[in-house]
Design a binder for this molecule. Sequence first.
Ligand SMILES: Nc1ncnc2c1ncn2[C@@H]1O[C@H](COP(=O)(O)OP(=O)(O)OP(=O)(O)O)[C@@H](O)[C@H]1O
Ligand SMILES: [Mg+2]
Length: 232
Amino acid sequence: MTTEARGVTKRFGDRVALRDVSFSVGEGELLAVIGPNGAGKTTLLSILAGILRPDEGEVSRPPEEIGWVPQQPAVYSKLTVRENLRLFARLEKVADPDAVVARMLEQTGLADRADDELGTLSGGNRQRVNIAVGLLADPPVLLLDEPSSSLDPRQRERLWEFVDGLAREHGTSVVFTTHNVAEAERWADRVLVLADGEVLFTGAPQALHRDAKRTGVDFETAFVRFLRAQGH
Ligand SMILES: Nc1ncnc2c1ncn2[C@@H]1O[C@H](COP(=O)(O)OP(=O)(O)OP(=O)(O)O)[C@@H](O)[C@H]1O
Ligand SMILES: [Mg+2]
């Protein structure tokens, strides 16, 4: 099932953080939201997650069906991986917390770290726990806000392979943000370019890159040129 945002506008006082933003993400699709600092990416994800209310517009799914992995997750470094998952499973009121925790440990490859304190894990494994928390209720849609920003190249690759598997094998719709736009080009089916709260482009990353490719520039350069040509 497709998930849609329609005409979403959000203001903070006089500042318009999002202006009439519409987009959709299909089942099993990876959508990257990219754009400069302050573009409104986190605000948009927070609205999809039901954390913030839009001033105008709507989201086609209730927040219960949307898993949310914020940049600063609420996990506890003094609790073990299993204790964290169990705590959040209870908070989310999942039907059988122990079974769900076991499934998540398996699915995220964390079973052998289950009884380690979260604070002792590598950044890559901590990010897996964050994602496991977002997936506890088995949501059809998963939102990831800059999930790879603190990871080394190898951990990043593992992260994206995992997320890609979720989409391809489980049919999860994934919406993520990143400043590493090469990552968006490589892993996303489509990109949504946001700048100053407005959608400048939605489509396959190749479409944004097509003209630039002929002149031999990489995606990041093409992206910056695109923004500049649009006045950003
Ligand atoms: N709670 C808030 N109160 C007031 N202004 C806010 C609030 N949250 C966000 N903003 C403003 O809304 C705009 C969009 O912010 P947002 O955090 O969504 O951008 P972003 O695209 O996620 O940026 P970054 O790439 O730096 O993470 C910015 O101008 C920001 O200052
Ligand atoms: Mg942000």
